[in-house]
Ligand binder design. Structure first.
Ligand code: DX5
Ligand code: ZN
Length: 227
């Protein structure tokens, strides 16, 4: 699976959000990770559809919308209309997960399912054949800038094994506490979509992206050499 960096705008400077989105797009990034928090499923509130609609006007990035929202089935059309390309919902937040996934798919969007650190992979069973992506949270959802939870690595390995055994082609996205100096372990465990807030938008954005790109190249060289 192709490796993709998905910078999370939660860590962007909203005073110059459009400029920062253009900057990462100019640097060749393909995904934009958009963290929506409802003050209910998670304690805080981030932003919603008006912000997404506004940046959509000026960006062709793949909008990877991560809904940290209770019963997202109520709201997925609004996020589609605002410009989402991928909608990811939390398994823990849906009383009818299969119906929620089906609704997103029927709108013609890509669909992801996310698991909190404490949630087991068994929660994926009802929908694993129907999703395009699984998002493993490597911090508790709700805030940027937290430390990566090391046990996430084994969970990613287990998921990768499960996906390969089932012969599925699913993106494995990992979110929380990833930096250029620990991303290699996350890739080695089996992830291919890497969310990063603080370590892209904190400091020199272009320099931060190029640090990630050099680790991605190193990973690819390592693995093409071993094939
Ligand atoms: C946490 C969010 C993350 C977060 C990642 O609830 O889902 O996307 O912004 O931020 P960093 O990279 O700073 O851990
Ligand atoms: Zn996220």
């Amino acid at each position: 699976m192709e490796i993709k960096l998905a910078p999370s705008i939660l860590a962007a400077d909203f005073n110059v959000l459009g400029k920062q989105v253009n900057m990462i797009e100019g640097a060749g990034v393909q995904y934009l990770h958009i963290d929506v928090m409802d003050g209910n499923y998670v304690p805080g509130i981030s932003f919603g559809t008006p912000v997404i609609k506004s940046i959509r006007k000026n960006s062709k990035l793949v909008f990877d919308v991560h809904l940290m929202v209770n019963e997202p089935i109520r709201l997925v059309e609004n996020f589609r209309d605002a410009g989402a390309d991928i909608i990811t919902v939390h398994a823990e937040a849906c009383s009818d997960l299969p119906a929620t996934i089906e609704k997103i798919k029927n709108m013609g969007l890509k669909v992801g399912v996310s698991l909190n650190p404490a949630s087991g992979l068994d929660m994926l069973e009802p929908v694993i054949n129907d999703v395009d992506m699984v998002l493993i949270m490597s911090v508790e959802p709700g805030a940027g800038g937290q430390a990566f939870i090391p046990s996430s690595l084994q969970k990613i390995r287990d998921l990768k094994e499960k996906v390969e055994k089932a012969g599925l082609s699913i993106d494995i996205e990992v979110d929380g506490g990833i930096r250029a100096d620990n991303v290699m372990e996350v890739l080695e465990a089996g992830a291919n979509v890497i969310v990063s807030g603080t370590s892209v938008f904190g400091g020199d954005i272009l320099d931060n992206i190029s640090k990630y790109n050099s680790v991605f190249r190193e990973y690819e060289e390592r693995h093409s050499a071993s094939n």
